[in-house]
Design a protein around this ligand. Sequence first.
Ligand SMILES: [Zn+2]
Length: 126
Amino acid sequence: MYELTISEEFEAAHRLPDYDGKCCRLHGHNWRVEVAVRGKQLDASGLLIDFKILKAHVAEVLSTLDHHYLNELAAFADQPPTAEHIARYVYEMLAEKPAFQTNVKVYAVKVWESPRSCAAYMPEAG
Ligand SMILES: [Zn+2]
């Protein structure tokens, strides 16, 4: 099994309405998103997936979040935009792409809302 991880960033504001503390007020983060993919087969060049291609897929998903007020997005209409829910959103948007339906699968998405705080999402069955 091979695993590749890339890291990208986006900036966005959010608030956590049900949180008892200052995060219930509007504020922003420079979010860092790590995406790990796994697969067993390398291509003829010895790559699982070209980092450039992986980064482009991740950037496409993150463009739906970048410079948005996350609470206003349809994806977070029924759930607050916590790091946990953002990680799951990014995971699901990536996992449904044809590029990740065969040999290369999205393994985990980690969302860092600060340099010291990170939430990860991965499917239960692994
Ligand atoms: Zn926050």
